[in-house]
Design a protein. Structure first.
Ligand code: GLP
Length: 262
């Protein structure tokens, strides 16, 4: 659990961790997430590609989720989001970028084949995660089983509300999405969750320090052997042990190289 002074510093830390993993293993299988929080992470990765030659040419990416019923070129689709925020600005081979196809005629077959592709590439090395206000990771809405795999989920009312603005009204938000399951996410070798802003403070405290419950799928990450949660000060306000987390980041050798980031 790491607390950074503001949203930019939190995103910078996450981008640096991704860059370090990618440099150590150019064939990295990278799990990606969408949402407003991730926009600054992708902006920083693009900058590192341009200025430091961060190389995406051999990496493979798998996104967490995609809306059912949207074409890939729909401006609201997560495929479009990824193209605009990351893929078209770096040297990733688009054939190596994977998102579930929300237009597949057989959605269950699509979910099975998505899981099979992840397995074919040896599993996800590093999974980037945001958190919804209801505590979901991906679109694993309340009561998602911790052993769930990639599947179609009906979106919860709070999720529809949260996404209403970008769709121009709750009625226009797709009702369903394909999402990696909680079980799929827990199998990745490392998880990296980023949250910022006061609206996430309560759910972050529940996710990190609260009891494990399928009502809040992010609590499943407490079972993950290597999960790092990065938040800014406003999102850290409800944490009970924040002084301990601050001390770990300030003193543990693992974090030394990341301390000087703005
Ligand atoms: C959507 C995505 C989640 C993401 C969440 C938070 O629901 N499916 O993966 O974490 O939004 O988005 P934001 O960063 O905009 O708060």
């Amino acid at each position: 659990m790491i607390i950074r002074p503001d949203a930019d510093a939190a995103a910078a830390l996450v981008a640096r961790i991704i860059a370090k993993e990618l440099r150590a293993n150019p064939h990295l299988v990278l799990g990606l997430a969408t949402g407003r929080t991730m926009e600054s992470v992708y902006r920083l990765l693009v900058r590192m590609h341009r200025k430091e030659g961060l190389d995406f040419s051999l990496c493979r990416t798998f996104n967490l989720d995609e809306y059912v019923g949207l074409y890939p070129d729909d401006p609201h689709s997560f495929r479009h989001y990824m193209n605009e925020h990351l893929f078209r600005h770096v040297n990733v081979d688009l054939r190596n970028t994977h998102l579930p196809n929300g237009q597949a005629p057989d959605l269950d077959a699509e979910c099975r084949s998505y899981e099979a592709s992840i397995a074919r590439f040896g599993g996800i090395d590093l999974q980037l995660l945001g958190i919804g206000q209801a505590g979901h990771i991906g679109f694993n809405e309340p009561l998602s089983a911790f052993r769930s795999r990639t599947r179609v989920k009906a979106l919860a009312p709070l999720t529809l509300e949260q996404n209403a603005q970008s769709f121009g009204g709750t009625d226009r938000v797709p009702r369903r999405a394909i999402t990696m399951g909680v079980g799929t996410i827990l199998e990745s070798r490392r998880c990296l969750l980023l949250a910022s802003g006061p609206a996430k403070a309560e759910i972050i405290a529940k996710a990190v320090e609260g009891p494990i419950t399928a009502m809040i799928s992010a609590t499943a990450l407490q079972l993950h052997a290597r999960c790092t949660v990065v938040v800014d000060e406003p999102a850290a306000q409800r944490l009970g042990a924040s002084e301990y987390y601050r001390r770990i980041f300030a003193t543990e050798p693992e974090w030394e190289e990341f301390r000087c980031l703005e």
